[in-house]
Design a binder for this molecule. Sequence first.
Ligand code: PLP
Ligand code: ZN
Length: 406
Amino acid sequence: MPAVSLRCRRCEAEHELVAVGICSKCFAPLEPVYDLAAQRAAISRESIEAGPLSIWRYADLLPVAAPKEQRLAPGMTPLVSAPRLAAALGIGELFVKLDTANPTHSFKDRVVAVACAKAVELGLETLSCSSTGNLANAVAARAAAEGMEAVVFVPSDLEPEKLLATAVYGATLYSVKGTYDDCSRLNVELSFELPWGFVNTNLRSYYAEGSKTIAYEIVEQLGWELPTAVVSPIASGALYARLAKGFQEFLDLGLVEGSLPRLFGGQPEGCHPVQTAFESGQRVVPVRPNSIARSLAIGSPADGDIAVETAKLTNGAIYSVPEEDIGPNMALLAEQAGIFGETAAGVTLGALREAVRRGELGDRDRVVLLVTGDGLKTPEPVADRLRPIQIAPDADALLDRLGIVV
Ligand SMILES: Cc1ncc(COP(=O)(O)O)c(C=O)c1O
Ligand SMILES: [Zn+2]
């Protein structure tokens, strides 16, 4: 395992690889440091291809050793081409990364697998998180697979499907009267008092690195080539920022040639603090969320400022997507690509459409659209599509109705 320490992003103080989310000197976030020479010696295309069909094929690029027994391992989700949607939008080549194919149907299984591997290594017995829904599902399932306790904190207005998809695994589910940001603050306080692994608090440095595996897989699945652009949803900003890190690491290790893909991000109109900061050039200012894309309703994004830097670094952009476009975008993705993504996917497709509208992306591009969560968990915005035609079990009557004379 080539990770050697955690380093403060602000004052650069080094910390041991334990359950600590912020710098003890200046309270800034911590980032894993890797032994680059060890990575160069260990990692090649061949070594990766010989690995398991999961995120653990990239263990040498992660801050924790691969678990001995890889239960319910996420990753290596399909990258499917979507030529009809590409033609409808006017994009050269379009691929969709189907992260709905993970064990709990969202990309959060990746980040939780990495954080939990660390929790197990440290001997922690309870896995916890504050969540906008999908993370709670992933923590609950992972704890069940590992034989750990799960305790999750979610805002009280979550979709019933997401609540059930947590409770079914036997997790203790606290429905907090407040927003995600209230749950998050509660977790920070509790993390000083309880010997639990809070995946997005005291294990956040490990958790965030799990998102890099999406970038690695995209490169590998494109035959060791880079796309020209990737479009991603943004809530805390962790996923969006780690995509760039993942692509950069593959470039630095000589596993792929070319330049960083342009990264485009989407936030819903009802909660877009990162987009505002990108547009204004200022630091992120917290907002009070009010969006139907509940998975993206984080008003005080932990990685918001790094996400803004990522957009600039990659010559990308971050767009805000109107609330009323989210449902129609979910339907468009379903009708043109056969993929039922959740509200976050409606926002992500909205960002892609905006990039095309502004002439940023077009027929010369090879684009990857991330579908990070499953529409079956958030069916409400497309409920108006459900218009079944009531008929009797009578073929003649149906043929008659179709105007076919026999
Ligand atoms: C489906 C889905 N996509 C994207 C995100 C955004 O992730 P991040 O907080 O890393 O920006 C979330 C976060 O909950 C999510 O549930
Ligand atoms: Zn510091």
